[in-house]
Design a protein around this ligand. Structure first.
Ligand SMILES: C[S@@+](CC[C@H](N)C(=O)[O-])C[C@H]1O[C@@H](n2cnc3c(N)ncnc32)[C@H](O)[C@@H]1O
Length: 240
């Protein structure tokens, strides 16, 4: 799985995630949701602070490298190994989180629907589904064929991410360079985001059994603006 190769370089690219945790925490609190599953928990940038704040959160993750990282950082945080398109956990949650675009790390609309169905099946009645997605329209306009560079303080790890539209996907190609005793290593990983249609997604949510109750422009709580927001945050409620 592609994220195995990114593993320990991941946090270098997302130093600001901690600023987004309060919005998620407050949303769960406001809706009185205590038990939570995070799809694609990654290195636990959201889940670990929520766990430390006393929220009963578990993760689902396809990458063993990511599972091991969370295990080292938060040994009591349970992470289920599995694929969000096809998993069965013998538990229902008050809320499910799909953050940092994870819902669109799939090949097509059918796979998005499969994920939504699994979410429906793992939520309690009136359970909350929080989707944090890209607003591809703005992202493509502002950063198609662009490159960003992230460096660790000692410059022993450098991550170069190149972004471009390719067919039905928004591809982020990660080049991870590491300087260690054995010399310089380079790993290349392509993270593919399916260019979803927001209208189709809204229809799929309805079909599967969700109402959209709130839309925001990011996880800081800013309003959504189709032409300017980089993110599309959708709060959904399981209908029954
Ligand atoms: C962009 S990272 C987000 C990590 C974390 N949610 C965050 O916001 O910091 C996406 C994570 O989803 C995982 N992932 C990708 N496809 C998946 C799938 N089909 N099922 C479960 N996890 C998946 C990756 O391994 C990776 O750890």
């Amino acid at each position: 799985m592609s994220y195995d190769a990114i593993g320990d370089a991941y946090d270098l690219v997302y130093p600001d995630t901690i600023e987004r945790v309060p919005f998620v925490k407050n949303l769960l609190k406001r809706h009185q949701k205590d038990s939570v599953l995070e799809l694609g928990i990654g290195t636990g940038l959201f889940a670990i602070p929520l766990h430390e704040a006393g929220i009963d959160i578990e993760g689902l993750e396809i990458s063993q490298v990511m599972i091991d990282i969370v295990g080292q950082r938060a040994p009591n945080l349970k992470v289920h190994k599995g694929d969000m398109r096809d998993y069965a956990i013998n538990r229902r949650y008050d809320a499910i989180l799909a953050l940092s675009s994870v819902l669109v790390f799939v090949a097509n609309e059918q796979e998005i629907k499969q994920c939504l169905r699994r979410c429906y099946d793992h939520l309690e009645s009136k359970g909350l589904l929080l989707l944090e997605l890209p607003n591809h329209k703005v992202e493509i306009l502002k950063s198609n064929n662009s490159q960003e560079i992230h460096r660790s303080e000692d410059e022993s790890t450098i991550v170069v991410i190149q972004s471009a539209v390719e067919g039905q996907d928004w591809n982020e190609t990660w080049h991870v360079f590491k300087q260690n005793d054995g010399g310089l290593s380079h790993q290349k990983v392509v993270c593919q985001e399916f260019l979803y249609s927001p209208t189709t997604l809204a229809g799929q949510l309805q079909d599967v059994g969700f109402d959209i109750i709130e839309t925001r422009g990011d996880l800081l709580g800013n309003p959504f603006d189709e032409s300017n927001s980089w993110r599309r945050v959708i709060v959904c409620e399981r209908k029954d």
